[in-house]
Design a protein around this ligand. Sequence first.
Ligand code: KG4
Ligand code: ZN
Length: 342
Amino acid sequence: MVRILGIETSCDETAIAVVEDGKRILSNVVASSQEFHSPYGGVIPDIAARVHVEVIWQVLEEALQQAGCGLSELDAIGVTQGPGLPGALLIGLAFAKGLALALERPLVGVDHLAAHLYAGEMTQPSVAPPYVGLVVSGGHTLLCVVHPDQRFELLGETKDDAVGEAFDKVAKCLGLGYPGGPAIDRLSDEGNRAAISLPRPIGKDGFDFSFSGLKTAVYHHVEQARRAGPFERAQAADVAASFQETAIELLMTKTLRACQRTGLKRLVVGGGVAANRRLRARLAEEGQARKFEVVFPPPTLCVDNGAMVAGLAFERLRLGRQSSLAMNIDPRLHLQEPATAA
Ligand code: KG4
Ligand code: ZN
């Protein structure tokens, strides 16, 4: 039995978890600085880093207490190396290094995007590579193949905004605050998905995404509607529902194409936007119709969390991929193997 502490501070969540043998979650504590970013409609990096410093000890104590585990019972320390906000990543890594050094335990740096997909493998014991991976978060939108040797093959990614970023910006334009994804998800229930016709730049071929045209079209629509008279909640709901439906169609087209082209019968979806109820329902429907398995982690494992980091660190450690204490953050890490010990 191997107990790993997973530390995640790449953005606005200070998250620490204890996971046994890569899959059994003993605790998964998340503190968020969202309320401080909400007035600005997006994450302010300096605030995120400062709050990590303030709360990280308390989050650790809570994670250990909930797991019923002392520091000395930990076998390794997993930490997000990147991608993410540099200041925020630095706090988590410095904290992880301190623990690894003091406890004389291995340090394992992991890629945040790979960890989002690993959350799917933690969801059901039968889920393992090979599969098509779709990462949909606030900073990234990409399709890849995860091979049995844990190698990643990038198929496509967004050429401009990440899909979560588009949700956040549309929410800001509708005055819904940050984070916008959950607010749009909820408000869409009251709206008509077909109310507004929005651009769907699908492209003939390939697996890349683009969301900035969609976002701009929404901005123009809202601006015009506001000029024409009072902008009521019902109108905002129609915008939210139409935007959400279009964004999901864009994601689905490329994802279904990837499943078809690769011939793989399993799709794992990870990242904050994977918590979206309409995306979950639509992909599940298509999976059933086309006879492939669709794996969504539970919503708490879709958004940023320490359990996915601890889980992936276990797999990396099993492959002998321990990191050196000289490891540095890599804010641009992109589905690559983190540096290994010299
Ligand atoms: O993975 P994550 O927690 O952080 C990053 O790695 O970026 O993803 C955060 C993103 C935000 O853009 C947030 O608005 C979006 O995930 N999100 C959602 C939902 N829950 C979170 N988007 C759509 N529907 C949701 N229910
Ligand atoms: Zn994330």
